[in-house]
Structure formats: structure tokens, C-alpha cells
Design a protein. Sequence first.
Length: 137
Amino acid sequence: MTLPNTPGEQGGRPKRRTFTAEYKLRIVAEYDAAKASGEGAAILRREGLYHSHILEWRAARDAGALTALGSRKSPVGESRRRSAEAAEVERLRRRNERLEADLARTKAALEIMGKAHALLESLSESADDTPTRPRRR
């Protein structure tokens, strides 16, 4: 008999949990407060966390990393905005490349047309300068 939440039943690897900075700060503060009374382990069991989580999060908090992250309004919304901006930048970059290629083609065509015009003009002038011989029949 297999448990319904085993990876084999789901058909893939289990999804890795992610924690917000606010959650980490709240749990570390709650753990530190409960540790004095010996209830820290109960918090870890309740939240399904390991002591190593608390150690890492406390070190990040002391380094100021969690405080900086906690001040952000919406990390998901910000990453969506960044990805939308990146997609727009990529679209504009491709459009710019296409337009630059079109401009280079147009410049080359104008240069060829200018040379053809100069050639035809010189041929016309040389035809006017040379006397024509009568044709023999």
C-alpha cells in the first residue's frame, strides 16, 4: 500500500517549498521567543521545519538580507513586471535588428541606382560626342 502523497503517485518529483521573507522573520522571532521556555521544537514540528532552517534564516536576518527582502511589496509581481519588461525589450531589440537590416538593404539599393544612373548618363554623353557613320546597306 502506498501513501497518496508519495512521488510515485504524483508522477514526478515533489515541489520544493518556498518561504517568504515575512514568514521567515515571523518564524525566527517566534522560535527565539519559545526557545526560552523549551517550546521551540513544537514550533518546528507544527510548521514542518528543521532546525537548520532556523539557523540559516537567523544568519540571513542578522546579515540584513531578510529585512531588505521583507520591505519589498510583492516579489512575485515584481518578477512578473521584470519578465514583461524583458519580453518587451527582446521584442524591441528584434524589431530594431529587422529595421536596421531593411535600412542597410535600402541604402545598398540607392547606391546601386546612383551608380547605374551615372553609368547611363556617361554612356548618353559619349553617344552624343561621337559622330555617327552612315550605315551601309
